[in-house]
Design a protein around this ligand. Structure first.
Ligand SMILES: [Zn+2]
Ligand SMILES: [Zn+2]
Length: 222
């Protein structure tokens, strides 16, 4: 009922068939309570590694990445893992969920991210399959970096002045602080074979996406 009202506002209506799908989704994954949505990660990297594209949610804390895997992802049933990309104008919603052999500690992931070159490359090149791995993301300061490490301004560490707040030395560059990062891919992996790219008009046809948008977007609209 609540969603019905909110969605009329958005110009989308829900029918009983979709409610059934939503219940089916909750029913298979968790007997009673809905799966919590987890968005406490910094982004998603897309890398070629072991021949397949890898989808790598980036976690800043190594311990947290270990417990996420151990408590939740480890129990995912590979053929049921779904990743969905819902494209907006400049951003996209990354949505990932799965049936679990341990439903009590299951989580579903979502994050709104800017479209990037890597994202577009994944979209064009995944071929229907990917490996899921977690990555530990660490920011690197100028003093941790090698001379040739690239800053987000695309100039090397050695072109930034340690004596002057790490400012970039190129005249036409407005970068004031060197910033770089390192990603360590964790070895454990799962295989994903259910990958879809959608638009917002399609969300009600996909139970996982529908649940994500209902909880994280439509229920928050005034
Ligand atoms: Zn820079
Ligand atoms: Zn620069």
């Amino acid at each position: 009922m609540l969603y019905n009202f909110k969605l009329r506002y958005k110009g989308i209506t829900i029918n009983s068939d979709q409610i059934n799908k939503l219940q089916a989704y909750f029913g298979t994954v968790s007997s009673q309570s809905p799966i919590p949505w987890f968005d406490d990660f910094v982004g998603v990297a897309y890398r070629y590694y072991d021949l397949r594209m890898n989808v790598v949610p980036l976690i800043t804390d190594r311990k947290q990445s270990a417990s996420l895997w151990h408590d939740s992802i480890h129990w995912w049933v590979d053929p049921s893992i779904k990743i969905r990309f819902v494209e907006m104008e400049n951003d996209y919603w990354f949505i990932m969920g799965s049936d679990s052999q341990k439903p009590d500690t299951n989580l579903a992931f979502f994050k709104i991210l800017p479209k990037s070159e890597h994202y577009e490359r994944f979209k064009a090149g995944h071929g229907g399959e990917a490996y899921l791995r977690l990555g530990v993301y660490r920011k690197k300061s100028l003093s941790d970096s090698k001379k040739s490490d690239l800053c987000t301004c695309n100039h090397e560490a050695q072109d930034h002045d340690e004596g002057d707040n790490d400012v970039c030395l190129f005249n036409d560059c407005s970068c004031k602080v060197f910033s770089s990062f390192q990603v360590n891919l964790l070895k454990r992996k799962k295989t994903i074979t259910d990958i879809k790219f959608l638009e917002e008009k399609d969300v009600k046809d996909d139970p996982l996406v529908w649940n994500c948008f209902s909880v994280n977007k439509y229920s928050k609209m005034e």
